[in-house]
Design a protein around this ligand. Sequence first.
Ligand code: GCB
Length: 909
Amino acid sequence: MTFKAIVIALLLLVVTNYSNSQVPKVLKTNEPLLNTPSSFAQREKESINESWKQVTGDVAGAEKIDFTDASWQTVNLPNTWNAIDAYTQKKYYRGIGWYRKNLLLTNKHAGKKLFINFEGVFLKADVYINGKFVGEHKGGYTGFTFDISSYFSVPGKNTIAIKVDNSKDLDLPPISGDYTMFGGIYRDVYLVSTNAVHFDETNLGSSGVFLETPVVNDKTATIKVRGTIANQSTLNTSLTIISKVIDKAGVVVTEIKSKLKLAAGANGNFEQLSEKIPNPNLWSPENPYLYTVQTSIVSDDKAQTVLDFTNQPLGFRWFSFNADSGFYLNGKYLKLIGAAHHQDYFGLGNALDNDLQRRDMELLKAMGGNFIRVSHYPQDPTIIEMCDKLGILVWEETPLGNTFYESEELKATCISSLKEMIRQNYNHPSIIIWGYMNEVGLGTAKMAEKEKKKGIYESTARFAKVLDSIVHAEDKNRLSTMAQNSGGNTYYKDYGLTSTPDVIGWNTYYGWYKGGFDDFGPFMDKVHSESPEMKSLISEFGAGSDQRLHSLNPEQFDFSIEWQQLYHESYLKQIFSRKYIAGAAVWNLIDFCAAGRQESMPHINNKGLLYNNRTPKDVYFLYQAWMVKTPVLHIASRDWQIRNGFQASPKDTTVTQPVKIYSNLDKVELFVNAKSIGIQSVSNGLSVWNVPFVNGKNSLIAKGENANRNCEDAMQIDFVIIPAILNQVKDKTFELAVNVGSNCFFTDPINNTTWLPDQPYKSGSFGYVGGEIFRAGEGKIGHQSEVNQSRNVPLYQTFRYGLSDYKFDVADGEYEVELHFADLGSKASKSVYDVSESEEKGKETSQFNVILNGYKVLEDFCPATQYGALNAVYKTFVVQAKDLKGITVSFEKEKGNTFLNAIKVRRLN
Ligand code: GCB
């Protein structure tokens, strides 16, 4: 082989010819890579993502060669048509869209077998080449490949047209879920060209080659390689199949050879078993050591041409779940701690490039995560490739959630997606469990007709058994799982769903949707004692948070950063103190698009440990403090850089507020404005400080004690002390804003105005008189619907109703009073989520008068009918405060209730 040929061969190895695999940058072997002079692999895999034409809507004749697509937009893949609307409206576009591309094939493609491979198209794809229908694929989260050799003109110009459909279709999973079902060709597309003899490209989108490790322990391991080879040539052929296991240094640690004869046009299977490999380097989160298995098809003639080859990742590891003592990897106890992951990014929808996918997994690893629930559906191949490389154990699942009903088509797609997922990802050592249902009884539980409900549970349970047996038939070495909702414990058990999969995942939201977070541990203990044989882990737990909301008195469902902190602090302790809980995946690693959801950030499910732009929230560092070995030090409530606090008495020059530090160090020292305020021990990753803030800038520096003194974290806080006696403030820039009916400070990120939490009126200060905090259901504060016409949605999602007055004991002068209203209580405002009927029933639409220092400023004021329920209404009035009587806003009920969402007073003169 000439030097040039060797270079070309190596380049081809690196650049073109592998799927989902760990390929050393330069393959060095301790023997010539291939022992034939003129041979190099005859396979090419080329991305064809560029310059597609795209249009939303169905267009007659769009598959035809001579169709004019000049008016369509030009896009590169990955692409979704919901990149904007899903983040701004509940009803984003779900329907048909078309993509077209011209592809010039040159002589190099002549005589090749050609395949088109899609990594993911949501939800249904009809593929046409040069006007002819090639095939259809159903299921939006798994890849698929078509043999298109006979459709293309080579050399020549070819037209690819894809009709994509993301319409809601009850026969296609996911039939339910809060996450956005973005439509489009949102993952990479490849043209694969092979020799006429090649690994089977049409085995459900897989590589056609499957690896197993029949023996694996710390002393020895063997590998089994099996697959199918297609002979699409017109000649009978004799082949040698060579599989080499190559370590990271490029050394071939074992080689297996076998023979296969294939008649013209025939497919044939092969299976190879290696010799024992001594002292395998075991794969684990600390040591994600990957070997490469390079399998080649070599012609048995004199030329010994390499006809095809593939590189697959190999990790030597074994694992087990124990109902009493949790999870073991390579014989050692390991608590699985990580997060679930959705796949969108603000402005891009689900069409992320591979760099962004890689970064998500790096962020999980940097958090100390050793576990991911790839949910609720298979994701980009890059995700699992990264889990292999970084040492993150994987639960991957197919997207049947909430409900199920007997439909042959639905069942068929669930089955095909499950098989595709398993075959496409079979070789990844990071994967340990396959899931096939999420909270599948939850939708059914709400059903009123008893018999119908029973029927659905029974058929769900029957179908779970079918899916479970498919998992085991496809993969004998991994386990099956299903996520169940803690609320459905009894029906899962009654219908046998709890005993169908090998491992049960529990989605538990105690402390968020219901109950307190301290109910979580006892719930798990109960489940464990009732079913001691059940192997369980926590597949979801989480609390929403919004960087604009902070609280010194956080409470359930207030979306404050501080409630999310408390929630995870508590869950981590409870999870770690129960060995039988094999592990836990936080819901969710990253805030994700849930178009139908409203809450504090409409269209976003904000239970992430990171914001959607991938900036970490405080709780990300709490996980680091528990999981990471290198020093971690983080001053928490990091988003809260503009704080306000009430002076306790007029002479005080400081206001004391708590500040948390997350760390894995034993002891931490905190300096406030350059003065140490002490040294504290850290327990469960946490230390809590009482920090005396001065008016104006405050610098906080945390330092590790002793050996870790060099470890430091700092933040600056602008603190505004609110005087105890307001009428002593003579400053004409005086302004006070209140988030009425809320326990939270709300900071408007655009102008930094902080709206204070509400308080009862205190003489000399301010506050409400009478009324109650609005709770939409089960004690949760506020309403979860989007309030329109304001960027400050959370400010309007809470209110106080039934109040008689709002008072400010301000100094004499002229003031502007801003009153903010949005009727949350009227029937018209019923939210799509969780608003209990009883709260809403029988309510009259609220109408009242507003009187400002004795003047009726709003008469027969009925925001819901005049402006629409859930619309922000904002009125300003000018008022004179005289004779030290301050400002009193009075509310006079006519119908329903009086209410107020926010109020601001601003001195004018
Ligand atoms: C669940 C679902 C998940 C939701 C989550 C939530 O139980 O499995 O898809 O996003 O709750 O945040 O409500």
